[in-house]
Ligand binder design. Structure first.
Ligand code: DP6
Length: 368
């Protein structure tokens, strides 16, 4: 099993200049990551960062992604990190502290970073401020671009190591980003019933039934405003939360159950776990101190419409939620036409400016 020490680059060469371009998708959790735990690192004197309090599993998305170009130029000193940041072609100063912090966190594993000046040119395929978390796709795209540099100066890196370290680095940028690197369904976090699982990086879960191939995710944009509570603050509120231990235990059980469901293709059981997970995530927010509500009235309208529609038609469509008001509508591709009709007839009215995004399961980061 790989430990933190294994991710420290030790022997590498250097290069004068290079350009890399990657896209990395967002992902939608089925069993949610909500809460981080304190842990001592395998590196003496270090504390592990971004360790999930429970394991999670997600569908990798396809259309909602970040495209990042990384320009690399050798510099004469190795004093500080040096980078320019462009978002949609324009300098973006307010993103810089997050990148600076990311570089600081990963420096111990990528000690070559200060040898270079970076130009990070990044854009998202989904509308700006759509309420869709761009941190997962953004951090995944940046991590994989940095790993391209590492690969260029360490040609002996295996593909497996490349993927594991990319996910490891992405996690240090944003926890859920580690599930956006490789695989259609990804598990992150130690789980007794998943042999190769790790708190440090995501692993692909490949025993997935045909039924879930091309599974659809239509994201209804209910509220595109800035989040009232950042994920980081939200995770923190799971410390001393009255229901934390129960919740973490439940996530382990739900992961065991959903793996079996994904393998057998049992859609009724899938729906129960996924919707319960979404509501539990929001229940945790409502019962923390301070408490908060991220759902909007239209979120509830949509949930009720989906339940009515499913009861009346027996069409297997369900919902999940992120840490926000938007609703992810999940269904197999075989019922796509009918569900799209339903969405247009009955749900679009609850979306801000009638906006929604059609997405489906994808395979992870791609070199452009
Ligand atoms: C509700 O990965 O955004 O989407 O690790 O602090 O960056 P940080 O948090 P983040 O949290 C995502 C939480 C979630 C559930 C999930 O994706 O599992």
């Amino acid at each position: 099993m790989l430990t933190e020490k294994d991710f420290i680059a030790t022997t590498y060469s250097s290069l004068e200049s290079a350009n890399f371009e990657w896209s990395a998708p967002s992902n939608i959790a089925l069993v949610k990551y909500w809460g981080k735990k304190e842990q001592v690192s395998s590196i003496p004197g270090e504390k592990s960062e971004q360790i999930p309090a429970n394991p999670s599993i997600s569908f990798t998305l396809n259309q909602c992604k970040t495209i990042t170009k990384l320009g690399v130029l050798k510099k004469s000193d190795t004093k500080d990190f040096s980078f320019d940041l462009l978002f949609e072609g324009k300098p973006k100063e307010d993103f810089k502290p997050k990148i600076q912090k990311f570089f600081e966190r990963i420096e111990v594993y990528c000690p070559y970073l200060k040898e270079y000046h970076f130009t990070i040119d990044t854009q998202n395929t989904f509308p700006h401020s759509s309420g869709i978390a761009s941190s997962a796709s953004g951090m995944a795209a940046l991590a994989v671009s940095i790993m391209s540099l590492e690969k260029a100066i360490t040609p002996s890196l295996s593909d497996d190591y490349f993927n594991a370290k990319t996910s490891f680095l992405a996690r240090l940028g944003s926890g859920s980003a580690c599930r956006s690197i490789k695989g259609e369904v990804v598990i992150w976090g130690n789980h007794a019933k998943t042999a190769n699982s790790s708190d440090l990086f995501g692993v692909a879960f490949s025993e997935v039934h045909e039924y879930f191939k091309n599974f659809q995710d239509t994201i209804l944009l209910v509220d595109k405003g800035e989040k009232q509570v950042s994920s980081t603050v939200g995770h923190d509120l799971m410390h001393n939360h009255p229901y934390a231990e129960q919740r973490f235990g439940q996530a382990h059980e739900n992961l065991t159950a959903i793996k079996e469901v994904l393998t057998s293709g049992n859609i009724a059981a899938f729906i129960k776990i996924v919707e319960s997970e979404a509501l539990t995530l929001h229940a945790m927010m409502m019962t923390s101190m301070p408490y908060f509500i991220l759902m909007k009235p239209n979120t509830l309208e949509i949930i009720n419409k989906i339940w009515n529609y499913r009861n009346e038609t027996q069409i297997p469509v369900c919902f999940t939620l992120d840490a926000g008001a938007n609703v992810h509508v999940l269904y197999p591709s075989t019922v796509k036409e009918k569900v799209m009709q339903f969405i247009q007839n009955e749900l679009v009215v609850y979306c801000q400016n009638g906006q929604y995004i059609c997405d489906q399961i994808g395979t992870g980061a791609k070199s452009n």
